[in-house]
Design a binder for this molecule. Structure first.
Ligand code: PGA
Length: 250
């Protein structure tokens, strides 16, 4: 049985001062055994997350990093820097990084390899645009993103990776994919992992859904066979996150 996993993606929100207040507010409700919880925060907030979360069951991590070990990459942050701060996870290939910062599949593959080499668990995001969905090309598109991201990654490393299916049209729009639409793609991703590796790896890997997850829709989404939890943006910044984490009781 895969344990459910709820990760908050704070995006470019929360100053370090605000981060401390938010973590204090969410800490008790998120500190539990039956669901894995992580806060993925802006790099400058990682110090606060470390301070507040080190002795809890809540993990924390980063929203981005660069694949080179060190050097002349002004403004970038390395995997070793994240490790030194106790980061367990890092988001890779979020659609906002792909679209706004022009990260392509080649760069995303390099980042995935580096995170795995350094034992930071990557949360690899994939997802189609509305145009792709309306052209009935969703599955083909997702397959391309998965095959390219996992290129050259061995089975043992693949097993540690978390995949987040985030349809771009559902991100920050309030327009959630229906649980059936989300399940269809998450199941497809699991099957792709099976073709690339094995049934065992496909059964092990956690696949999250992201895109306007909230306290009202989390339970229905997370109860689907192939949806192992959520990557949560907007709702991770408020009390609603507690409802998502405690979806079983809703
Ligand atoms: P959202 O964002 O929950 O605000 O739609 C999800 C994400 O981008 O990870």
């Amino acid at each position: 049985m895969r344990k459910k996993f709820v990760a908050g993606n704070w995006k470019m929100n929360m100053t370090p001062t605000e981060a401390g207040v938010l973590i204090d507010k969410l800490l008790v409700g998120c500190n539990q055994d039956n669901v894995d919880v992580a806060f993925l925060v802006p790099s400058i907030d990682i110090f606060v997350a470390k301070e507040k979360l080190s002795n809890t069951k809540i993990a924390y991590g980063a929203e981005n990093f660069y694949f080179e070990d060190k050097g002349a990459f002004t403004g970038e942050i390395s995997a070793d820097m994240l490790l030194d701060m106790g980061c367990k996870y890092v988001i890779i290939g979020h659609s906002e990084r792909r679209d706004i910062f022009k990260e392509d599949n080649v760069l995303i593959n390099k980042k995935l390899k580096k995170a795995l080499e350094k034992n930071i668990i990557p949360i690899l995001c994939v997802g189609e645009s509305l145009v792709t969905r309306e052209a009935n090309k969703t599955l083909e598109f997702i397959k391309g993103q998965i095959v390219s991201a996992f290129s050259g990654i061995n089975e043992n490393d693949a097993k540690k990776t978390v995949v987040a299916y985030e349809p771009i049209w559902a991100i920050g729009t309030g327009k959630t994919a229906t649980s059936d639409e989300a399940e269809e793609v998450c199941k497809f991703i699991r099957n792709e992992i099976k073709s690339l590796y094995s049934i065992e790896t496909a059964d092990t890997i956690r696949i999250l859904y992201g895109g306007s997850v909230n306290g009202g829709n989390a339970k229905e989404l997370f109860q689907k066979e192939d949806i192992d939890g959520g990557l949560v943006g907007g709702s991770s910044l408020k009390d609603d996150f507690l409802k998502i984490v405690n979806f079983i009781n809703s």
